[in-house]
Design a protein around this ligand. Structure first.
Ligand code: ZN
Length: 70
């Protein structure tokens, strides 16, 4: 069965809105989904900002998340 027009039909998984991103969660550009990163490491960027580095547990793509300044 061809799923063609699954565009705006997906009103997103029946969840609560505005739930904060879980710790270590990032966006995988390959899966195009939010995932909890594997092998998360906190790193510091060149400008001193903290960031999280990890990889997608599904496809292994490297993921990066900039943390908000505290
Ligand atoms: Zn992925």
């Amino acid at each position: 069965m061809p799923k063609k027009s699954a565009k705006s039909a997906a009103k997103k998984t029946s969840g609560k809105k505005g739930s904060p991103m879980a710790e270590g969660e990032g966006y995988c550009v390959k899966c195009k989904e939010k995932r909890v990163m594997a092998n998360v490491k906190q790193v510091k960027m060149a400008n001193g900002r903290p960031a999280l580095k990890g990889s997608c547990p599904v496809c292994g793509t490297g993921m990066f998340k900039i943390l908000p300044p505290s």
